[in-house]
Structure formats: structure tokens, C-alpha cells
Design a protein around this ligand. Sequence first.
Ligand SMILES: NC(=O)c1ccc[n+]([C@@H]2O[C@H](COP(=O)([O-])OP(=O)(O)OC[C@H]3O[C@@H](n4cnc5c(N)ncnc54)[C@H](O)[C@@H]3O)[C@@H](O)[C@H]2O)c1
Ligand SMILES: N[C@H](CO)Cc1c[nH]c[nH+]1
Ligand SMILES: [Zn+2]
Length: 427
Amino acid sequence: MEIIKYPDRSQWKGITERPYSDNRAVLDTVASVLEEVRSGGDAALITLAARFDGVALQSLAVTSGEMAAAEDLLAPELKEAIDAAYRNIRVFHAAQEKAEEAVETLPGVRCWRKSIGIERVGLYVPGGTAPLFSTVLMLGVPAQLAGCSIVVLCTPPMKDGSVHPAILYAARLCGISLVYKSGGAGAVAAMAYGTESIAAVHKIFGPGNQYVTAAKQLVQQSGVAIDMPAGPSEVCVIADESANAAFVAADLLSQAEHGPDSQVLLLTDSAPLLEGVQQELRRQLELLPRASVAGKALEKSRSVLVRDLDEALALANAYAAEHLILQCKDAETLAGRVINAGSVFIGPYSPESVGDYASGTNHTLPTNGFARAYSGVSLDSFVKKVSFQQLTRAGLESIAGTVTTMAEAEGLQAHAEAVRVRLGSSK
Ligand SMILES: NC(=O)c1ccc[n+]([C@@H]2O[C@H](COP(=O)([O-])OP(=O)(O)OC[C@H]3O[C@@H](n4cnc5c(N)ncnc54)[C@H](O)[C@@H]3O)[C@@H](O)[C@H]2O)c1
Ligand SMILES: N[C@H](CO)Cc1c[nH]c[nH+]1
Ligand SMILES: [Zn+2]
């Protein structure tokens, strides 16, 4: 891990840079995969599964038999954990369902909005190095609450050609039956363009590695919407001398273990804490089964000694992390000053892992600085807000002058006439 002490402003650009900021090679690979699927359909997806996942598939769809069998393949404690996480995620997302009131902007001019579920959505569940069944809940629960009528789920097959039973169990909980064995850019292309067996959707959701994220960005050109760029995981921790070095190191490692392209950032105003965290990182890393993955991510990560917590917060806002953890005195006050972050974890007992799995908040979050402008997935991501209005004749009379004056000033006479013709005042 690179250690930077008391940086000046000119170093901030380097500190906030992601390890994969130049993704031109990835974009080139992905563009050719998208074309392969657009022209080759299911056959191309089967070829891609052989090339990238090392699996010879006979077909892409998970059968109803495989779906039904999944439950019995899971340990009871894992099923209970998935059920508990499902409940919490549902409670948190259901609370976002707030009907807006109709408003009378003038007497007789009534306006309102209604949330309508997006009809066809596609969910990508990562599975390249770890089957992220928690992601099924993060995407499936809001899709279910929004009432999306067609929900397609794609995930890379495991080496034996099957899909992990926990993914299938979580899918069933969320009422999803259209599950396909397809990963990476190919899966994104299939959901964007459609193939013989996979229906094209209106919006694609879900996190993934650089290939998945690049594919989501490219397919938008064909008119499909995406949730946001949710690429390789990252975390920023702000800690002071009151923080427990073991807690901080554990939080950094929890995101570093996602993939070699993950990045973690420690910002502290305490030299002893910085040193303690480095020792803990060395100690804890050795104990991890994914030590080599986490170790590679740490190589591209940074610990920064800053002058005070104001500077730490300014740097964190500039970095715009997917996850921001505050392990310092007065963490609540600092949290109130956060401007850019996907999800914030306050105080020593709020590890980021709880948000990844079960506290209720969504773990599909913007990475690579996109938290400056994007929110994480929520119920809103799965609906359109359609506006409605209804005017009485008296309402139209009272607003007519405003509309016709503006329409004529824009040089749009027909707009003005559409009002006048109703009031018998056409020119
Ligand atoms: N931002 C978020 O909200 C969030 C949430 C969960 C996970 N993640 C991230 O998701 C990612 C999961 O990555 P993963 O790799 O384990 O699974 P993945 O499912 O995202 O990707 C696996 C697929 O990548 C494709 N691929 C692999 N190597 C390739 C190559 N050389 N060329 C073209 N395509 C290739 C293959 O099609 C493979 O099926 C991690 O980076 C993790 O940090 C992010
Ligand atoms: N930390 C990931 C989001 O960046 C989500 C996840 C899933 N499983 C474990 N973690
Ligand atoms: Zn995680």
C-alpha cells in the first residue's frame, strides 16, 4: 500500500485516481463481444461461456427443476440468513414507496405524479470469482416491490455448468424465474439486444467487473437504460487516533478481497493509527483465503496522513467513494458534511459488510467517482415517475394568458392556438 504524508493540493488528483482509469483496452474487447452477441445470439453466448468461464453449456436457461432443487442444496443456516437479509432489504426499500400528493398549482389546475414499474428489467449478478447471491436480493427486492412484470437475471455459470443454489434460492424469494447462465459483457449484450432465449429489457441493473461495467456503458447507445456504473468495489475510511486499527484494517480488506481491481483508501490525521493499520493489514491479510486477490488490490491502494479531519473529509468528498466509513470522534457530525459517497457507515460498530448483506440498504452503488452525480440502486431505480395533469375550463382560463404569451414569445403559434381553440378565442 502506498503511504502518502501531508500531501499538498497538487497531489490530490493522484490520490483520488482509480487503478483502472484508462479502460480503452477493456472497451475494445467489450465492443467486439457486444457485436458477437448482437449477430450470434444464443450460440455466441455459449461460445463466450467456453472462452471466458471455461464451461461447455448445452443451454442457457436455468430449468424450473434446477430452480426448485436449489432450496434443498442449501444449509439451513444459510437459508435463514438469506431470508433475514431479504426481510431487512424489503423493509428498507418498501419505506421508499411514498405516494406523492396531487397539487393544485392554480384553482382548476391539478398536477400529480405516479410511480409505474419499468415493465422489463435485466439483473446482472456477478459470479466470476464469487457467486454474489446477496446481489440477487439487492436488485430483486426493489424489482419485486416496483411490480416490474418481466425480470431477467443473468449470472456466469460455475465450472460444472450450474448456477450456485443460493443465487437460485434468492431469485425464487424475489419471484424471479427467468434465470440464464451467462456472464460478463455477453450477458449485458443479451439483455440489451435480446437473443433467441433471453428477452431484451428496457433497463439493465447490477454490479460487475470492468467488462460488465464497460458493456453497460456501451449498450446505452442502443437505447437501453442502465442503473449506473457500478464497477470494482472500493472503500474510503476516515479514522482518527480514537479508531481501532484492527477494525479499520478489517474494513479495508473486506473491499480489497473483491477483486484485484478494487481499491481502498485510508485517510487519517494520526501517525500511530496509520502505522497500526499497516501492521494489522499485514497480520489479517495472511489469514484470508483470498489473500492474493486482496494483496493485489492493496498494491493499488493508498494510506494518507492528513493534517486534520477537515482535510480528510475534503479529500473523501473529492474521491467520492462507493463506501465511506467514519471511525473517528464525532462521526455523526462529520457524516452530516459528506457530499459525495455511495453509502456512509458511521462509528466503530458499522462495518461496511452489514450494508453488503443485511442491514437493508442497497449494495449496488456507484464506483469510480460516479458518486459525485449518481445514487445507488433504490426502489426509484425500478420505476418511472409519470406526471399527470387535469384542468377544468376555469383552470384553463386562468392559465391561458401565461401559456399563450410564452408560446408566442418562443415563436410557437400552434401551441398558443391549442389553448385558444378551447376557449373560443382563436385568432
Ligand atoms: N459497485 C458495486 O455495487 C459492486 C457490488 C458487488 C460487486 N462489485 C464488483 O463486481 C465485480 C465482480 O467481478 P467478477 O469478475 O468476480 O465477476 P463478474 O460476474 O462481474 O465477471 C465475470 C465475467 O467477466 C468476463 N470476463 C472475465 N475476464 C474477461 C476477459 N479477459 N475479457 C472479457 N471478459 C472477461 C467473463 O464473461 C466472466 O463471466 C468485482 O469487481 C466487485 O468488486 C461491485
Ligand atoms: N461490497 C460489494 C459492493 O461493492 C457488495 C458485496 C456483495 N457481497 C459482498 N459484498
Ligand atoms: Zn463487499
